[in-house]
Write a protein that binds this ligand. Structure first.
Ligand code: NAD
Length: 256
């Protein structure tokens, strides 16, 4: 019996990184997975990886910053599996590193529209669907940058603090309707996004590990699996008293 046996989960940004690993982890724990991303090739690969392990998955291409795409995603998920029980709002972008006074409008707008508005649009559609079927569980991807500041990353930090705020509000508004909403705050996790940030920060002078490992008290960056395990647990009935929590999974980063 898996942790999320028979449940349906929608995961955004599931073509790569934390989202893909989370999709595989849900499938391994018995869920049927709606794999969503703007990257159709990557999403199709995630579905193929799940099916190879005899899991159930389907894919819906969606840009989370577009309201019509998000509506279509949730409609398709419900049409395919009857209802959605869990959702993981994971799609996100890091954008460009620059001091606040040099941040271009386009960088701020792009990051806020994917990370913050995208999470809002997904929450709105997911909650509406879950209210019709008596409840569900949602996990949003915030970040250690949703708990503390990082020089050079002001739009990203603002977006991830915003995700933490949306998480608390959604949790409070729907606690009595059987919907639990939590956020996870990863530290440095071994994905394309972290490589991009390390490359921008050091101009390629250091590898991702050289730059990021020593920043974590545990002495290394994390794996996508280490984040996925927490997300799946939060969505499972084992976490029945968890809502409105904004939880670091960061090798001790924000304890410093
Ligand atoms: P990634 O870049 O490896 O994967 C992100 C995925 O999101 C990609 O498949 C991409 O195509 C998709 N995506 C981007 N824009 C989208 C959009 N508009 N609509 C739909 N999909 C879109 O990144 P990751 O490291 O796996 O990050 C996943 C989440 O975790 C993000 O929200 C990120 O901010 C957060 N996070 C990552 C780290 C880290 O160190 N990697 C740390 C803290 C938080």
């Amino acid at each position: 019996m898996g942790l999320v046996d028979g449940l349906t989960v929608v995961i955004t940004g599931a073509a790569a990184g934390i989202g893909r690993t989370t999709a595989l982890c849900f499938a391994a724990e018995g869920a049927q997975v709606v794999v969503s991303d703007i990257d159709s090739n990557g999403a199709a690969e995630t579905v193929a990886l799940i099916e190879k392990k005899h899991g159930k998955a389907t894919m819906v291409v969606a840009d989370v910053s577009k309201p019509a795409d998000v509506t279509n995603l949730i409609d398709q998920a419900v049409a395919t599996y009857g209802q959605i029980d869990c959702a993981v709002n994971n799609a996100g972008i890091e954008g460009k590193i620059a001091p606040l006074a040099e941040q271009p409008d386009e960088n701020f707008d792009a990051i806020i529209s994917v990370n913050l508005k995208g999470t809002f649009l997904c929450l709105r559609a997911e909650i509406a669907a879950m209210l019709k079927t008596g409840g569900g569980t949602i996990v949003n991807l915030s970040s250690v940058a949703g708990l503390i500041g990082f020089p050079g990353l002001s739009p990203y930090v603002a977006s991830k603090h915003g995700v933490a705020g949306l998480t608390k509000n959604a949790a409070l508004e729907y606690a009595k309707s059987g919907i639990r909403v939590n956020a996870v705050c990863p530290g440095g996790i071994d994905t394309r996004m972290l490589d991009s940030l390390a490359e921008q920060a050091t101009g390629g002078a250091q590898s991702t590990g050289e730059m990021m490992d020593p920043l974590h008290p545990i002495g290394r960056i994390g794996t996508p699996q280490e984040v996925a395990e927490l997300i799946v647990w939060l969505c499972s009935p084992r976490a029945s008293f968890m809502t409105g929590a904004v939880i670091p999974v960061d090798g001790g980063f924000v304890a410093q």
